[in-house]
Write a protein that binds this ligand. Structure first.
Ligand code: PMP
Length: 428
């Protein structure tokens, strides 16, 4: 039998860091990454045959669990018909119609192959539609790895960003204004200073890239109000939250709390591909008509709207619309979060946790943080010990304290109970 260590050693020879996406390397938590051989339902199995309850779910897409029969059937059928044509197919229309039916803030969507591509294109669209150069993003939100988005806050209030990656030029970062999440005052100051030059604000409505931090209602309301006042577009990055926190995504949740709320551009990924490379961005017709071939904003892709990926996404979206799907998923996720809180309280460990639909986050902090700076005050050593104790007990949590977790429809109450038992032992 080949071990995870042997595979990691072999991988590091031919792949930088042994992985094709950095967080998989376990750099933050230490130890050897598990090489996954297969998944079934709520479980993944590593190369050594060890089974784990999977709370990553490919970082969000696997909302039905692994190997769902209806999805497998759809993918197998599509694969036989052809992998890729580079020409339009009926299934792209079906998927677009399905997404639009569930997200009334959009009239049209364009399908792409990754969340990175979708947010990059959404920002280009916002710039093209408004004719303005600058945009606002928030510290702790991740929108993929395009140059203008790999930017952190400068030293002063509402200053332009600095690249967070080598290879990103100051020029690429120069039009990105980086602000603190949930800070209404900073947002107002930034609009007062740059309002006429701002194309858009891009935000994760529930930030899953700093674990799980909700946009407060005043913050969301202020983004909407200021964008409208200044003629900028509000871009909701729902790559993670889309069809994950509820059938209408996070925007439906905020529209219930803030009547009339809607973004101008929405970005989706993960769940809409069901585990295949697929993402999308969409808006009202007036905005989308700026895209080529109708308008002057160029955007394209060899594999965009891929026939196998769209089959996978469609089958997934059909399953999550079955009656009671989100009620059951939300109840299971809530049971996990409540259980973890109770276990932590029993052991005197500072702990807070939150969830929406099938997405959750927990912090080794007494209160839920509101921004990135507070998230990062977590005791990292303690988190890492907890992560490894859970992993050793067959519970696969995200290997970094700033990542959200995901429950799938395949997770049973017995899986939650096993997780809580492992957490009880780990927190002791
Ligand atoms: N936006 C958000 C909110 C994300 O969570 C991610 C990926 N985790 C992305 C964009 C980028 O998506 P991808 O990894 O598919 O490029």
């Amino acid at each position: 039998m080949v071990t995870n260590s042997q595979l990691f050693e072999r991988a590091t020879r031919v792949i930088p860091g042994g992985v094709n996406s950095p967080v998989r390397a376990f750099r933050a938590v230490g130890g050897t990454p598990r090489f996954i051989a297969r998944g079934q339902g709520a479980y993944i199995y590593d190369a050594e045959g060890q089974r784990y309850v999977d709370y990553i779910g490919s970082w969000g897409p696997m909302i039905l669990g692994h190997g769902h029969p209806a999805v497998l059937e759809a993918v197998q059928k599509a694969a036989v018909e052809g992998f890729s044509f580079g020409a339009p197919t009926e299934r792209e229309i079906e998927l677009a119609e399905e997404i639009l039916k569930l997200v009334p803030s959009m009239d049209q969507v364009r399908l792409v192959s990754s969340g990175t591509e979708a947010t990059m294109s959404a920002i280009r669209l916002a710039r093209g539609a408004t004719g303005r150069p600058k945009f606002i993003k928030f510290e702790g939100c991740y929108h993929g790895h395009t140059d203008a988005l790999l930017v952190k806050a400068g030293s002063g209030l509402a200053t332009f960003g600095h690249p967070t990656s080598a290879g990103v030029t100051p020029g690429a970062a120069a039009d990105t204004v980086v602000l603190e999440y949930n800070n209404v005052e900073q947002l107002e100051a930034a609009f007062a200073q740059h309002g006429a030059e701002l194309a858009c604000v891009i935000v994760e409505p529930i930030a899953g890239n700093m674990n799980f931090v909700r946009a407060s209602l005043p913050f969301m309301a202020a983004m909407r109000r200021l964008c409208t006042q200044h003629g900028a577009l509000l871009v909701l990055d729902e790559v993670m939250t889309g069809f994950r926190v509820g059938l209408g995504s996070a925007q439906a949740h905020y529209a219930r709390l803030l009547p009339g709320f809607a973004p101008d551009i929405s970005v989706f990924g993960k769940v809409i591909g069901g585990g295949m490379p697929l993402a999308a961005f969409g808006a009202k017709r007036e905005v989308m008509q700026h895209l080529a071939p109708l308008g002057g904003v160029y955007q394209a892709g060899t594999l965009s709207g891929n026939p196998v990926a769209t089959a996978c996404g469609l089958a997934t979206l059909r399953e999550i619309q079955k009656p009671g799907f989100f009620d059951a998923l939300s109840a299971r996720t809530q049971a996990l979060v409540d259980g973890l809180k109770a276990v932590a309280t029993d052991n005197g460990v500072p702990f807070s946790a939150d969830c929406e639909g099938g997405m959750f986050g927990f912090f080794l902090l007494p209160e839920l943080p509101q921004n990135y700076t507070t998230v990062m005050t977590t005791d990292k050593e303690r988190f890492n010990r907890f992560f490894h104790a859970m992993l050793d007990a067959g519970i696969y949590l995200a290997p970094a304290l700033y990542e959200a977790g995901f429950v799938s429809a395949a997770h049973s109450q017995a899986d939650i109970d096993a997780t809580l038992a492992a957490a009880r032992a780990a927190l002791k």
